[in-house]
Design a protein. Structure first.
Length: 290
């Protein structure tokens, strides 16, 4: 995702579009080992939990070759499959820069990897979250189009001062989305698939609400960045998500301007309820499964 607000230009050493060379040769053996630990446990956990598009994408990217992926290799596959590329940045980039990249089918990834004592949690997205979490879905043609459309929509939303509403859509789909399938709920959100604990919590825990995705409802719902989600929104298909966002959001933004937020744990009479959560985890103070 991206950092908020004003920026005076890229940091020293970065290009005008905030990208840097991945400098793959500079990763240390310890850094590659952190990737391998994270990769091994998520690859074992996700069959039967992540959606088919994600698992297919993971295969297509050949990440099992081991170590932190080299973007030159990933991009050869991505380019062939959907015309996307992953580019490195020193950290979070400003919203307008982030959207510009998405609109041109470039996904911005952090270059750094977390330390060995941060395997389970860190707030700033690192290369494991960005590449393992996000890039497999970019091999799916429908999701690939959704992400590009989101980048274009982001630029429009910024111009209208509506970014906080659109950011919720990103959060509840790209980062924390669930997909309904005949075999049961599956994960497609990058924030979930890159987290061992949330890959379990999001599907199995009785605490969170799981509600049918409805575009405007989702954009009225705040989210938390520091703990497991209290509500997940479930889409019927990736195509349905793309279709719902193809409309012009201008009338939606006009309505949202006057609409109150919906409490994060609320269930409305109009919601399609898949799980009425106990909210026990949040009520006990959360703190990531402790
Ligand atoms: N259709 C949206 C608009 O008119 C753009 C958008 C597309 C936003 C896809 C999010 C996702 O602004
Ligand atoms: Fe992310």
């Amino acid at each position: 995702m991206s950092a908020d607000g004003f920026h005076g230009g890229p940091p020293p050493g970065a290009a005008a579009d905030w990208t840097i060379d991945q400098n793959w040769d500079a990763y240390t053996a310890d850094e590659h080992a952190v990737w391998d630990v994270l990769y091994a446990r998520q690859a074992a956990l996700l069959p039967g939990r992540a959606c088919d598009a994600f698992l297919r994408g993971l295969d297509a990217l050949n990440l099992q070759r081991g170590g932190i992926p080299d973007f030159r290799q990933i991009n050869a596959d991505l380019e062939r499959l959907t015309g996307w590329a992953v580019v490195a940045a020193p950290g979070l980039v400003p919203d307008d820069v982030f959207f510009e990249h998405l609109a041109n089918r470039r996904f911005v990834s952090g270059q750094f990897i977390r330390k060995a004592d941060q395997l389970d949690y860190l707030q700033e997205p690192d290369i494991f979250h960005d590449v393992f979490g996000h890039v497999p879905m970019l091999t799916d043609p429908v999701f690939a189009d959704y992400m590009q459309a989101y980048g274009e929509g982001g630029r429009r939303a910024m111009g209208r001062g509506q970014l906080h509403n659109l950011a919720r859509l990103y959060w509840y789909t790209v980062e924390f989305g669930l997909l309904d399938t005949p075999e049961g709920l599956r994960i497609y959100g990058a924030g979930i698939v890159s987290s061992r604990a949330e890959s379990i919590f999001a599907l199995d825990d009785p605490s969170p609400n799981r509600l049918g995705f409805e575009l405007e409802r989702t954009m009225r719902t705040p989210y938390r960045i520091d703990d497991f989600q209290q509500v997940y929104f479930v889409i019927p298909s990736l195509q349905a998500l793309l279709d719902a966002t193809l409309q012009d959001f201008a009338p939606i933004y006009a309505r949202l301007d006057g609409a109150a937020d919906i409490a994060i744990d609320a269930i409305l009479p109009t919601d399609r309820v898949l799980t009425r959560g106990t909210q026990a985890y949040a009520a006990a103070g959360g703190r990531l499964g402790g």
